[in-house]
Design a protein around this ligand. Sequence first.
Ligand code: FDA
Length: 411
Amino acid sequence: MPRCTPITHGSAQTVSRTRTYDAIVLGAGAAGLFCAGRAAQAGLSVLVLDHARAPAEKVRISGGGRCNFTNLETVPERFISANPHFAKSALARYTPSDFLALMAAHGLTWHEKTLGQLFCDQRSGAIIAMLLAELEKGGGALRLQTPIRDIAHADARFRVETDAETFETGQLVVATGGLSIPKMGASGFAYELAERFGHALVTPRPALVPFTVEGRLKEEFAALAGVAAPVRAQAQGPAFTEAMLFTHRGLSGPAMLQVSSYWREGERVAIDFFAGEDGAQALKALKEEFPMRSLAGALETRLPRRLVDYLAGRGLVQSGGRLAETSHGELERVAASLSAFAVTPSGTEGWRTAEVTAGGIGTDGLSSKTMESRHVPGLHFIGECVDVTGWLGGYNFQWAWASAAACAAAL
Ligand code: FDA
C-alpha cells in the first residue's frame, strides 16, 4: 500500500494562515466533486483539495473516453460489500434518473450501449465540466496539486495542513478513491486515515481486473491473444454472460472482469462456451443444419475458428468425421465438457490495470444514510474508498454519485 500523509490527533501546530470552511472535501474525483457541488449549492462554504494536476482523471479515461456514467439497471444486488444492505439507502435516494436530469439540465445527451450502460454523447470531458460548473455555481473552491501533509483533529474540528496553508473545518469528507491505477495518483490515503480514526478495513483487493495464468496455459492463451467469444462465466458469486477475451497474460473481457470481483486466489473460474444455452440442444441443432461438416467445422459458426482449433487440440471437440455420423450421446458428452470448461487463474493483473478496488473502509463504522463515521462525528467517507464495489457497466459511478449525494445532504 502506498505511503500516506501523516495524521495526528490533538492540537495542530500553529501556522500563519488558516482558512475556515463549512466542509472540506479531500479528492476531486467523481464522488468528491459531486459532493462538493451539492454541498456548496446548499449554501455551505466548501473547499476541495486534490494532489493531482487535473480533476476527475478517472472520469476522463472511463468508458473509452465516453464515460459509462450510470446503469439503468442499478439495484443493490449489483454491488459487492461485506454488508450487502449498506448501499441500499444511498442508491434509493439518488438514482440514475436523478443524474440524467442533471445531465439534461447541462444540455448533455447519452446513449445506451448494452445492458443498461449509459455513455455520454459529448465525451467524458463534458461530465467533468458539468461537475466543475456545479461546484462553481455554489461558489465552492478547488485546489489541485495540493498534497495533504497532515490532518489533526481536536475539539470537533479538523485541521488540514498543506505545504502552503492550513485549512479548518467541522465537516471533513474523504473521497480519495481506492488503489487502482497508482500511475493515475491513486493512493491508500483514505484507508490509512480511516484506520487511524478507528475504522476497520475490508482488505482492499483489485477488482474488475484481467486474470493471469501460468505455465502451459499461458503459452496456449498467448497463442489465442485477441480471440473473443461469448461465454457464461462464474467464480464465487453470480454468473455473467458476456464476452471473454484471451490475452498474452491470461483472460480478460467483460465476463472475466465481472467474475474477478468475486474471485479469490486459488479458486477456479467456470466457463461455459454455450453462454448459458443448452449445449446438447445447440449441438443437435448444428447436426441438423450441417450434417456433412465435422463437429469442429460446424462449431465455427458459433465460436471463432482459432478457439475451436484450440478446443479440438485439447481433445474436447472432434475435428474429423461427419456430424451426421456423430451420435447424440457423443454430442451430449462434448456439450458437457464445453459448458464446464474450467480455468484456475494464477492471479490477476493487479492494481496496474484494475478498474476498481473491492473492499475498503468497513461499512460497519459508517452511517448508510449520511456516510458519516460512527467513531468521529464530522468525518465522512464516500465513493470508491468505501467497501462498496459495483459491477462493470456504470455502477461504480452511480455509487460515487449516490454516496456523494447522501453525504452532501447531511453536511
Ligand atoms: P476517484 O479515484 O475518481 O477520485 C479520487 C481523487 O482523489 C483523485 O482525483 C485523486 O487524485 C485524489 N487523491 C487520491 N489520493 C489523494 C491524496 N493522498 N491526496 C489528495 N488527493 C488524492 N466506473 C464506471 O462506473 N463506469 C466506467 O466507465 C468506468 N471506467 C473506468 C475506467 C478505468 C480505466 C478506471 C481505472 C476506472 C473506471 N471506472 C468506471 C471506475 C470509476 O472510475 C471509479 O469507481 C470512480 O472514479 C470512483 O470515484 P471516486 O471519486 O471515489 O475516486
